[in-house]
Design a protein around this ligand. Sequence first.
Ligand SMILES: Nc1ncnc2c1ncn2[C@@H]1O[C@H](COP(=O)(O)OP(=O)(O)O)[C@@H](O)[C@H]1O
Ligand SMILES: [Mg+2]
Length: 238
Amino acid sequence: MTPPVLSVQGLKTGYGVMTIVHGVSFDVAPGRITALIGGNGAGKTTLMLALAGLLPLTAGRVIMHGVDISHQRSNQRVQAGLALVPEGRKVFPTLSVAENLRLGAIVPRAQADWQGRMEEMFELFPRLKERQRQLAGTLSGGEQQMLAIARGLMSRPSLLLLDEPTLGLAPIMAKFVFDTISRLNESGVTILLSEQDTRSTLRVAHEAHVIENGRVSLSGSGQELADHPRVRQAYLGL
Ligand SMILES: Nc1ncnc2c1ncn2[C@@H]1O[C@H](COP(=O)(O)OP(=O)(O)O)[C@@H](O)[C@H]1O
Ligand SMILES: [Mg+2]
């Protein structure tokens, strides 16, 4: 067995005294797409924020490449190879597309040849190349999502966390984002994806976990969960 890129062990977190994630455990295997599915308010974003070091753990551990990163700050985690593409894109609206990308590469691991990396991003997302001088706040939702993903990739992550990347996007843009996720994964990027679009997610995910009320309620391969009666009833409307 190859060791996991990420091992989440009994993670608890929340806001102040309010616990939202009640002891979640799962692994992310290298080269795979691991998905967290669950409805609105299940705790996916809270979990993602804790993995990225933006919310403190109240219990449990996060191990990345065998190193305990549970108490590392978010910038140290980026340097360790973890990049979060946050829910709601969160691009810098008053900076240009190119400036947003440049900021994705300010960690030491990404500083060498950031220009070359930006060219790679422009090949992956030609739309961003056309709009590189445009202010990010003036892009469409789908274009902002491309920019948010590209900004995350600028740090040359070994693990990309994508938090609800298709939320609020038109169906054609959502499809493009799912195609991009598959393409990135085929090029070797390990991905942890949280989503509410269960059907499309289970199609691309190698492994998936259902998050309900801050706990993992079911786990399996994408296909196993797509066939599971509870998932079919509660998440696929079948
Ligand atoms: N900043 C916050 N302060 C307090 N509670 C929050 C905050 N953000 C989210 N929550 C609560 O945490 C729960 C989980 O939310 P969230 O992690 O965003 O779920 P999901 O991403 O699965 O939709 C919800 O009940 C939500 O109201
Ligand atoms: Mg969310």
